[in-house]
Design a protein around this ligand. Sequence first.
Ligand code: GDP
Length: 527
Amino acid sequence: PSLEYELARRQSRRDADELWRFVRGELTAWRKDDSSKAPPVARRLEKLQDSVRQYHAVIRGDLANLTVADGWETWRRREADQLADLMRRRIDFLQNPPDCATAKKLVCNLNKVCGFGCQLHHVAYCLTVAYGTGRTLVLNSRNWRYNRAGWEQVFQPLSGTCQDAGGRSKAAWPAPVLGVGLIQRPPACVCLIQLPATVCLIQRPPACVCLIQLLSSQIIILPITGRHLPGTADTQVLTLPIIDVVSPRPPYLPLAVPADLADRLARLHGDPSVWFTAQFVRYLMRPQQHLQNDLDAFVKRVQLRNPCVGIHVRRTDKVGTEAAFHPIEEYMQHVHEFYERRQMEAGGGDGSRRCVYLASDDPSVFQDAVNKFPDYTFLGDPSVSKTAAVSSRYTDASLRGVITDIHALSLTDHLVCTFSSQVCRVAYELMQTMHVDAADWFTSLDDIYYYGGQSPHEQTARFAHQPADGSEIALSPGDTVGIAGNHWNGYSKGENRRLKKVGLYPAYKTRDKLRVVEFPRYPEVPL
Ligand code: GDP
């Protein structure tokens, strides 16, 4: 190891010790100090909080030095590039079959009734399932609410060879399979099936037939055989419904990571499932040249530079329905902390004004921020056309607005936002494709990262925990916990699967459990 590495390693240990000595010293002194001349508790607490924040910034700075000094940065960069390139080549291979007429396809309709981030995630889910089933994704984007002319006018087409959804056999995503025990053979015909599907029974003994109408309006007629239905693996063209109703649920849904890359990803990245999703999102968002030109011109015009913190303030229709109102001060507190940490890492500020890229669906947020925080330089374009999801005026201009904001946010060094918004989650995903590991480059004021419709997000307990009161749950090392959220105060909330109890637990006592799933390994694409 280098001298720098050894020094940084010892320094971080010393700083952690000093932090504890300081906190212990302060608290012990308080306990003993009952004199009436002692400063008021509120002032003492404020001082303590300030000091601990600085200790934290220093420790983070040491850890950043450790990463630089360990000598593995070149390896990390190369590994990140190779993995991203591998995924891109695999998706290219999947999306460009030599013969579209015979290729197995998955059709995805871009008709989900929601905002741009939500629709993009809908298509990313389709592409993930396409990758998992080895089917070429055909996107049907006619009459897209954001751009009537379709997806391909804005982004590059998903395929150069295969955009035709035709084929010799077609079906909806495999219908829920009839359970053996649920079916009685003739003459008593009974037909039971899981939703979402409407079921009619045609009783024509001696042969009973189930008529199943799926949500996709497709009608499938199934003879009651008392056996599982034949799968649709052989069907050439399958149509995938939205993630919220897909049944049976494919194993490939986020937060799954492919078994053949899991070890490499776990080594490289702080959140492998986000990294994996990000590869699909990046593929989908490859801009057409005119959009690329616009994005480049925008970044130049607003003079976006680094370091800069990206703030996304989601207001309008979201507030009070799906998310709470957060004042600008709350976002700015985290911006302040980011720059304090940055200063410790860099060993002093560079003297330039602190940069914030501000995006919001509510243009009044800009003036509010500029008035209240004159020491910061706020970048962004309040005039960029906004579309509250509530208004049905989806136009090309509003599409450009949100794409531009997402792009600019993804170019920053840290995001402060509400992860309940898909706009910020998309920016965060894109951010992962530009850096080796930007997993912790965010502060969410509400949710932890999630993917709508995902498989359960689980963690493993690292340490035992005894509940301090009725709001907490017990943990034993190795327990599986289904995490619901992080309260960002040291505690997460979730269900201990073994005890079947929901409650709070110290977040540091668990770590994320990777959901490793066998996806196709694409042997045709060289590693
Ligand atoms: P969510 O509702 O925040 O989870 O995200 P969606 O993308 O599904 O829907 C919100 C829609 O509101 C976006 O697609 C945009 O049309 C608009 N919007 C939200 N935030 C912004 C923003 O910061 N900038 C712009 N230009 N539009 C936004």
